[in-house]
Design a protein around this ligand. Structure first.
Ligand code: UGA
Length: 463
């Protein structure tokens, strides 16, 4: 099929690349000139495992083309399906629908009658309810003469290709599709995944809430795990054992019960915060989601406070290494990354913060976003002379570090593991004072090696 994808950010580029891999002829439209030139030259604006190869292969084969706004009318007019994947974040933790409104104004008048318009961006629910009327207005008709669908995506950064090619479900949200033509074309687009994937057709507002509800629930699981971890800390229990045991109950499941410094990224934090805010404006209270939000916002503060135990409140002049800047591994995305809040809190307390992340783009971005932050190009450079290391992002390379050697580089061998990513007992056996959410503080001295003590009573001061 001939598919035009408007907007080549995270969602749009992954969609365009994967559809071209499925032998659809895809034209991707990008308004940002620099991004477009980069894409044509083979430089991707984001880091996503496997995406480079997919884009290069299909671009060379002529299955995936990149065009600017001037080419849009023709690309839209020739398409059998048009997918909108423009940004809807305001860059400040909230929604914005201006870009979507502009894209609709550019795209909708150029659609041939009957060509489905598929919205893949995540939008606030109230906007979904206006979509059909907006399209009708732009067509100059009382009712649209094109199907209008919502097709929310459930891809996770860092594994977006796999999630796209083998989705857990495909949702066809119907805003306007009286004869089912839009649904039929969407089924054809996803034909390669259809045999193994449930295809659910439902009203657009339900589709929108399926997406929102999924993300809100994932966020709730994480904040729940973080609250449980605080209880484990206080009573000397061990969160990883606890959630493992809980997760074996199929009603609970073990995914997204990883306690730590909190959830970041462009989706979970923004969607929780905005749902609470917009519900309040509508006169609704969402106390559960408000708590999810509050717990998450407090995690970087709790992380920094864990250092109180080792620094005894004397932070000024200390050197602390931040390991990992991106909001999670296998991406270079810094949006709402807990590393940023953690670094700012440390800097406010007079700490010299030295950060390392494997992604050069993340290192460059973090320096611009956090004034006073120093970034370095290796783990060693971050850890040398450090009074403590704080692991914020569980990149595989941090678990593979030769920690024995790092022990000799650091001024004080103190590791705060913000993701429960390191082998606690081994770290302590190597002589580290080790602290992680829900695992208390473990110190080689004065406590026997590997014995956990509740954080309330733990003490292992550095001079
Ligand atoms: C999230 C959803 O997981 C996707 O299904 C959805 O398609 C996407 O949003 C979206 O709306 O587009 P993503 O933002 O890529 O995907 O990130 P997640 O994998 O959900 O991780 C979010 C944050 O939660 C990360 O900072 C991660 O470190 C944190 N997290 C995750 C935890 O703190 N604990 C966990 O157990 C799992």
């Amino acid at each position: 099929m001939r598919v035009t994808v408007v907007g080549l950010g995270y969602v749009g580029l992954v969609t365009a690349a994967c559809l071209s891999e499925w032998r659809h002829r895809v034209t991707g439209i990008e308004a940002d000139r620099r991004r477009l030139d980069d894409l044509r030259a083979g430089t991707l604006p984001i880091h996503e495992p496997g995406l480079d190869e997919l884009v290069a292969r299909n671009h060379q084969a002529g299955m995936l083309r990149f065009e600017d706004l001037d080419a849009m009318p023709l690309a839209v007019n020739r398409a059998e399906v048009v997918i909108l994947a423009v940004g809807t974040h305001d860059g400040n933790g909230g929604w914005q629908t201006e870009t979507m409104r502009r894209a609709l104004a550019d795209v909708v008048p150029n659609l041939r009658a009957g060509t489905p318009l598929v919205v893949r961006s995540t939008l606030p629910p109230e906007f979904i309810n206006q979509l059909t009327d907006l399209v009708a207005e732009l067509r100059g008709l009382p009712k649209p003469d094109v199907p209008v669908l919502l097709n929310p995506e459930f891809t996770q950064e860092g594994r977006a290709i796999v999630d796209f090619i083998r989705p857990s479900r495909i949702i066809c949200g119907v805003a306007h599709d009286p004869e089912g033509l839009g649904e039929a074309r969407l089924r054809r687009i996803f034909a390669s995944a259809a045999a193994t994937t449930p295809f659910l057709t439902m009203p657009a507002i339900d589709a929108s809430f399926s997406k929102l509800g999924s993300n809100l629930f994932l966020a709730t699981k994480i904040s729940f795990a973080n609250e449980l971890a605080a209880l484990c800390d206080a009573y000397g229990a061990r969160i990883d054992q606890v959630v493992h045991a809980m997760g074996l109950d199929s009603r609970i499941g073990s995914a997204f019960l990883g306690a730590g410094v909190g959830f970041g990224g462009s989706c979970l934090p923004n969607q929780v915060t905005m749902t609470v805010k917009t519900a309040r404006v509508a006169g609704l209270l969402t106390p559960l989601l408000a708590a999810v939000d509050d717990i998450n916002a407090a995690q970087p503060g709790h992380f920094v406070n864990r250092l109180d135990q080792v620094f005894s409140g004397r932070f000024a002049g200390r050197r602390v290494a931040i390991l990992g800047l991106t909001f999670k591994p296998n991406t270079d995305d810094l949006r709402e990354a807990p590393s940023l809040a953690t670094s700012r809190l440390l800097l406010e307390r007079g700490v010299h913060v030295v950060a390392y992340d494997p992604m050069p783009r993340a290192r460059e971005g973090a320096v611009d976003m956090v004034s006073g932050l120093e970034v370095v190009e290796s783990v060693e450079a971050a850890l040398v002379d450090a009074d403590a290391a704080m692991l914020v992002t569980e990149w595989a390379e941090f678990a593979a570090i030769d920690w024995r050697r790092m022990h000799s580089l650091m001024r004080h061998p103190v590791v705060l593991d913000g993701r429960n990513a390191l082998p606690a007992e081994e770290m302590v056996a190597l002589g580290f004072t080790y602290s992680a959410f829900g695992r208390g503080l473990m110190a080689p001295e004065p406590n026997p090696i590997g014995r956990r003590v509740p954080t309330a009573s733990a003490a292992s001061e550095v001079a």
